[in-house]
Design a protein around this ligand. Structure first.
Ligand code: HEC
Length: 179
C-alpha cells in the first residue's frame, strides 16, 4: 500500500513539474542572431514609460520603456544637452495593433502584441552601429510565442540605417515628455 502511495505521489509531482515547464514563459531563453538575448531585459514589464508613440502608416501603437540608467540620463537632459547616453542604457519598444475601445469608440487602444525590441548602449562593443546593440523579438499571437528577428548577425545594420536619422540625438528618436 505504502509503495502505491509513494508511486502516485511521484507521478503527481511529475505531472505538476511537466505542466510548469510547458506553461513557463520561455521568451527569456531566446537570443537574437547578433547574440543579444531576450533575457537581458528581464523585468521590462515593470520599467518606467519614456513615452508612447503612434505610427500613422501602419496604425501601430508603441510604448517605449527605459531602464533606470537611461531614465536618469533623460532627466539630466540627455540627448538634448548634446551628451550621449551612458553605457548600460536600455530602451524597450513594445508594438501593438490598434482597435477601438468597445465602450467608447472614439478612443483607440492596444489590440494584438506584435513585437518587443530593444536597444542597449555600449559605445565600445557596438561601435559599428553608433554604440547601440539592437534586438527584436516578433510575437506570434496565435501561439503566444516569440521569434528572434533577423537571419544573420548583421541584421542590426537595418535598424542602424534608420536610427541614423537621429544621429544628433545619439540615435534615439524618443524624447522624454514633461509629465
Ligand atoms: C525605417 C525606420 C526604422 C527602422 C528600420 C528601425 N527603427 Fe527603431 N524606431 C524608429 C522610429 C521612427 C522610432 C520612434 C518611436 C516610434 O514611433 O516607434 C523608433 C524607436 C525605436 C526604439 C525606442 C527608442 C527610440 O529610438 O526612440 C527602439 C528600442 C527601436 N526603435 C529598436 C529598433 C530595432 C531593434 C530595429 C531593427 C530590428 C529598429 N528599431 C529599426 C524607426 C526605425
Amino acid at each position: 500500500m505504502k509503495r502505491i502511495e509513494l508511486l502516485s505521489t511521484v507521478v503527481i509531482l511529475g505531472l505538476i513539474v511537466t505542466g510548469m515547464v510547458a506553461f513557463a514563459d520561455d521568451r527569456f531563453s531566446l537570443t537574437s542572431p547578433n547574440g543579444l538575448s531576450f533575457g537581458l531585459i528581464k523585468g521590462y514589464e515593470n520599467w518606467p514609460v519614456v513615452a508612447p508613440s503612434y505610427r500613422t502608416d501602419n496604425n501601430e501603437i508603441r510604448i517605449i520603456l527605459g531602464n533606470q540608467t537611461i531614465m536618469e540620463a533623460y532627466r539630466a537632459g540627455v540627448p538634448a544637452n548634446g551628451k550621449a547616453f551612458p553605457d548600460g542604457s536600455i530602451l524597450v519598444k513594445i508594438g501593438y495593433s490598434e482597435r477601438k475601445n468597445k465602450a467608447f469608440t472614439a478612443a483607440i487602444e492596444p489590440d494584438v502584441l506584435r513585437r518587443v525590441e530593444y536597444m542597449i548602449k555600449d559605445a565600445k562593443k557596438f561601435g559599428e552601429t553608433g554604440g547601440w546593440g539592437y534586438a527584436r523579438f516578433v510575437h506570434d499571437a496565435a501561439t503566444g510565442t516569440f521569434k528572434p528577428y533577423g537571419k544573420t548577425a548583421d541584421f542590426d545594420r537595418e535598424c542602424f540605417q534608420c536610427h541614423k536619422l537621429v544621429k544628433d540625438r545619439d540615435f534615439v528618436f524618443t524624447g522624454y515628455p514633461v509629465r
